[in-house]
Every structure is written in structure tokens, then in C-alpha cells.
Design a protein around this ligand. Structure first.
Ligand code: SF4
Length: 357
């Protein structure tokens, strides 16, 4: 399978924790034209494989007029000769959701909406510089439901200094009360992150426990879904399927060794689309396979590795991690137990070829 990602790097204001490339403004007209040009110039990147998923991310795609978004979606369909997608996701911010826009998003073919809620505590939302309240997030979800969206994902953030365990439990409960089909929870990183590792680990475990009890299945370090609602687009990233990324700062992957990107600069993108590319070495390919697959609860099938790759996986470390309960070995498949996913990066890095104990 293959996917198309389109980046819309515009925001109404900046949130204090965000590192995504985006800028405040509404000067999107030349940008949309540049997107359509890039689409037509790079249509062969997927080597004839028609995309089955489309993802509009940002930034804040919901800030743009629905007609502009529909133009881009239609152009992707026409360019690849597909009538529709198995999954078409649109990222929205709660303050952009109105009945009219929701209806227009449905009409352009979006079937899945990812809502940037982040928290159900107004104090924390203000601290993050979010533009909505908890009540507005609830209203946004209700509006999307009334428009017919039956595949909603909510984003939440944990692991910041202001967040107590009780606050976190309340936000989880508020999210569950809305019964979204999918929930993504990210740990805050960088200068605003909570340095209390024990509290972060507790909050991660609380999330796993509450979501599991409510019928959600964790399928990746940060992602939970009701059965059948796992994100196909993101799952394809972790399976190293090819995708074409369009827009300033967007990355593309050919499904083998080529990773390329557009420079994150709207003006430069519109003018000449600068960017870069790299061809992964054997070692980098193996590290990617380990890093991406072991973040999922399915883990990695060792029999899918080439002989040289398999030879580079440290058997002694594998056995050591298995004995320590950090890895589960089931036939040829290895995976990280759910109780250890919080430290998955550390576990995976131990398996990297160059790691020395
Ligand atoms: S709206 Fe989203 S992309 Fe924009 S600054 Fe906030 S978190 Fe970042």
C-alpha cells in the first residue's frame, strides 16, 4: 500500500509546546498553488502504486477554507486516478469546528477526523496557549458526530510539570466519556517536560489501564483504538510502506532506502521547493526496522529480516532483554510487553548493531 501526506503549516497562534513547522498567518493561496505543482511534478514517486490513505496534517488544516482543502483532495484523487481512499484523515482544532465546516469536510471525502484536544482542563489549556476550552472541545466532538463522522481520534498530552495524577485521570475520563474511536497520547518533551520520571511512568500506566478497561486496544506506544479503528496511514509508516509527503517540511519515503524532505519554509517552498534526501545505509535500514516495528504491540517478525540483518541483531542482548522481561519472544516474533512500552526507546536502542553494553 501507499499513502499521501499533505502538510498545511498555518496556525492561528502558536502553542507553547509545539515544534512542528507552522507559522501564524493566512497567506495560503500561493502555498496551495505550490502544493498542486509539487503533486503533479512528483506523481511518479509512488511508482504507480495508488495511494490508499490520505492525511491532511499541520499546522492546522482546519484553519483553511474547506474549498481549498477540497481542491487539494480532488487533485490527489485525479493525479493518482483513485475515486476514494480507504482512510482520509483531517486534523482539526476544536475552535475551528462549526456545523458548516464539518459538513464541508464530509463532502470533500474526509472520513476520519483527528481533534487536537490535548487536555480537558481549562487551566492547562490556557497554559499551553491553546485557543479552545474543554467545553468547546466537547462541543466540537458533538458537532462532528452530528455531521456524520463515525471515526474520530482525540489527541491528549501528558508528562508536563503542571499535570498531577488526578488531573490526568480527569482528562482521560473526559475523553472516554466522548467515546472516540481512537485516542493518541503524547508525552511532553523538551523544556516543559516533567522531570519526575516516576510520575510520567505512572501517568502512562494509568492511561494504559483506563483505556484498556474501556475497551481500547493499545497498538503503538502512543496510540489506542477501538477494534478496527487503528490508523491505517500511521500504521503504514511503522511498516515502512511508501508515502509521498507534500508541502513545506513534509517528508517522503520510497518504501526501501530513499527518504527525502522539503525544507520547512513556506516562502522558499512556494518559490523553489528546496529540500534534501538521503539513502539509508544497511545499518540505518535495520535500525529503522527495529525502531518502527518494536514501537508497535505486534513487534517485529525476525523472519522478515534479511540474513545479514538478522546476523547484526545481537542475540545475547535479545536473550538478556527477554530474561529481564523487557522483550517477549514468540516463535520468530519479538515484541515489547505493554508494561515496558514506556521505555521502548531504551530497549530498542540496546538492539542496535553499534550498541555496546
Ligand atoms: S495548533 Fe497544532 S501545529 Fe499549531 S502550534 Fe498548536 S500544536 Fe502546533
Amino acid at each position: 500500500m501507499a499513502g499521501v501526506y499533505v502538510h498545511f503549516p498555518f496556525c492561528a497562534t502558536r502553542c507553547i509546546y509545539c515544534d512542528f513547522y507552522a507559522r501564524v498567518g493566512k497567506d495560503w493561496k500561493p502555498y496551495i498553488e505550490a502544493l498542486l505543482t509539487e503533486l503533479s511534478e512528483r506523481k511518479d514517486f509512488l511508482k504507480g502504486v495508488p495511494p490508499t490513505t490520505l492525511y491532511f496534517g499541520g499546522g492546522t488544516p482546519s484553519l483553511l477554507p474547506a474549498g481549498e482543502l477540497a481542491r487539494v483532495a480532488d487533485a490527489v484523487r485525479t493525479t493518482f486516478g483513485v475515486s476514494d481512499f480507504e482512510e482520509f484523515t483531517l486534523e482539526v482544532n476544536p475552535d475551528d469546528v462549526t456545523a458548516e465546516r464539518a459538513a464541508a469536510w464530509r463532502s470533500m471525502g474526509a472520513g476520519r477526523v483527528s481533534v487536537g484536544v490535548q487536555s480537558f482542563c481549562d487551566t492547562h489549556l490556557r497554559w499551553m496557549h491553546r485557543r479552545h476550552t474543554a467545553a468547546e472541545a466537547v462541543t466540537a466532538v458533538e458537532t462532528l458526530r452530528r455531521a456524520g463522522f463515525d471515526n474520530l481520534s482525540l489527541d491528549l498530552i501528558f508528562g508536563f510539570t503542571e499535570l498531577s495524577d488526578d488531573d490526568w485521570a480527569a482528562s482521560i475520563a473526559a475523553a472516554l466519556a466522548l467515546r472516540p474511536e481512537h485516542i493518541s497520547c503524547y508525552q511532553m518533551m523538551g523544556r516543559l517536560a516533567d522531570s519526575d520520571e516516576d510520575r510520567c511512568r505512572r501517568q502512562y500506566a494509568l492511561l494504559q489501564e483506563r483505556l484498556s478497561a474501556a475497551g481500547y486496544r493499545q497498538y503503538e506506544v502512543s496510540n489506542y483504538a477501538l477494534p478496527g479503528y487503528e490508523s491505517r496511514h500511521n500504521s503504514a509508516y511503522w511498516a515502512r510502506e511508501p508515502y509521498l509527503g507534500l508541502g513545506a517540511g513534509a517528508h517522503s519515503f520510497d518504501g526501501d532506502r530513499l527518504r527525502c524532505w522539503n525544507t520547512p519554509d513556506i516562502d522558499a517552498y512556494a518559490a523553489s521547493r528546496p529540500g534534501g534526501e538521503e539513502r539509508l545505509s544497511d545499518r540505518e535500514v535495520l535500525e529503522e526496522k527495529l525502531m518502527l516495528s518494536l514501537r508497535t504491540v505486534r513487534g517485529l517478525d525476525l523472519s522478515s529480516l534479511t540474513d545479514p540483518e538478522l546476523g547484526s541483531v545481537k542475540k545475547a542482548t535479545l536473550e538478556e532483554l527477554s530474561r529481564a522481561g523487557k522483550l517477549i519472544v514468540e516463535g520468530s516474533r519479538i515484541r515489547i510487553p505493554e508494561g515496558e512500552l514506556f521505555v521502548s526507546d531504551w530497549i530498542i536502542s540496546r538492539l542496535f548493531p553499534e550498541h555496546t553494553a
